[in-house]
Ligand binder design. Structure first.
Ligand code: HGY
Ligand code: MN
Ligand code: MN
Length: 406
């Protein structure tokens, strides 16, 4: 009989093969693979005797009532969507490790004095709609009309996708009024190099960096590549190149600011036509919100200058803004106690990556546990965490659950 940690490894492998592409791992909001992954997670929750449900947005939940079913529940979860050409640990590990911790308690015949709700959020990465945290936002409040009107590359809105693509479009939402859960816990790979350099398997998280996501569109004029002299051109792509390098220069000059342009689309996209429009994404992050906002202002001013010089139109479209989010000190110190008990470490670090805890912190205290990942690599198919470190993470989660007061 495989141990809960061994089962966790095989489940990670299994989920890592559920993809919308034969070429690489990708699961996006309400995609067929995302729905298939949701069904697998629900079946694992049922195997644990959990009461399961799936929300209209695809978020899944398993409830283990404990000895006092009316007590405030502890939420443990992560997301089951992925980026494009993803690794199999980002998100999935948090859900699968939570299941393994509950399985461990079951084998030890321990019932907790409070309900545990395991949550699998349908969309955290925001790949299809560029809006992050859709799943966790949907458990804290109904998605607002502006969000529901957000369109994907095919022009489909989030609202329409839920109505036409969700297998549980008419299900009751999963919703927690503010203050009702006792806390939220997420185990996640670090996606950085601190643990590897410290030689530690795990650490707790102090805060989650704030992030701004925007879509920038430059509009010039299409023209003939062979007959248009350089001074007469209004080239949206070379204008974007200047803007993208300006973003890089701004971030390089002011660490730990980071700015990423991950996606660009050009029209008409013909090799012998001067690009008329170019649309690219900006992902800008900093641990301090004021510094992040100042960087955004600086970038906007430089784009106004660049587009003015090049006779281009600028459309500066904020998509989503999330402030830096501190983890709850008391929940985190309880998690730190479990970390120290199991590994001897007292390491606590900030997260440069975004996590669903940013949103869930609006309704209850949050805490996060990081697990070492090789070379800090993530959002990459070579993302890797060792079975030993995963087993250690499950042990820490289990110790934390057992140590929680009624
Ligand atoms: O982008 C992030 O930080 C996370 O992986 N969603
Ligand atoms: Mn991610
Ligand atoms: Mn993640």
């Amino acid at each position: 009989m495989p141990s809960p940690a061994e089962t966790a490894i095989s489940r990670l492998d299994e989920l890592g093969k559920i993809s919308d592409s034969p070429a690489h791992l990708v699961r996006t909001f309400l995609s067929p693979a995302n729905q298939q992954a949701a069904a697998r997670i629900l079946s694992w929750m049922s195997d644990l005797g959990m009461e399961t449900t799936q929300a209209p947005d695809g978020t899944v939940r398993g409830i283990l009532p404990g000895t006092q079913p009316d007590a405030a529940p502890l939420l443990i979860g992560s997301h089951y969507d992925t980026v494009i050409d993803a690794g199999k640990y980002d998100g999935a590990l948090g859900i699968i490790a939570a299941l393994a911790a509950l399985e461990t308690l079951r084998l030890e015949k321990i019932s907790l004095p409070f309900p545990v709700h395991i949550l699998g959020f349908s969309d955290e990465e925001g790949i299809r709609f560029q809006t992050t945290y859709l799943g966790s936002r949907s458990i804290t409040a109904a998605l607002d009309p502006l969000t529901l009107a957000t369109r994907d590359a095919a022009g489909i809105t989030i609202g329409h996708a839920i109505v036409t693509e969700s297998p549980t479009a008419t299900a009751a939402p999963i919703f927690y009024p503010p203050g009702t859960p006792r806390g939220y816990l997420e185990l996640h790979i670090e996606q950085g190099r601190v643990l590897e350099e410290a030689g530690e398997p795990a650490c707790v998280v102090t805060s989650i960096a704030g992030q701004s996501r925007l879509t920038i569109t430059l509009t010039g004029r299409a023209d003939h590549a062979g007959t248009t002299p350089m001074p007469l051109r209004r080239d949206a792509l070379t204008g974007s190149a200047a803007c993208i390098l300006a973003a890089e220069a701004l971030a390089q000059a002011s660490p730990p600011l980071v700015i990423t342009v991950g996606k660009i689309q050009v029209h008409p996209g013909a090799s012998n036509s001067i690009p008329q429009t170019a649309s690219f994404t900006i992902d800008l992050r900093h641990p301090d919100d004021k510094t992040r906002q100042n960087a955004l202002t600086q970038l906007h001013e430089s784009y106004l200058r660049i587009t003015d010089e090049r006779h281009l139109q600028l459309h500066w479209q904020p998509v989503q803004d999330n402030n830096a989010t501190p983890c709850d000190p008391s929940l985190t110190s309880a998690l730190l106690h479990s970390l120290t008990t199991i590994t001897g470490s007292t390491l606590a670090i900030p997260s440069g990556a975004g996590h669903d805890g940013v949103v869930v912190s609006k309704i209850c205290p949050i805490a996060m546990l990081f697990i070492r990942c090789r070379e800090g690599l993530s959002h990459h198919p070579d993302e890797y965490a060792t079975p030993e470190d995963i087993a250690t993470g499950i042990q820490i989660l289990t110790h934390f659950l057992k140590s929680q007061p009624a």
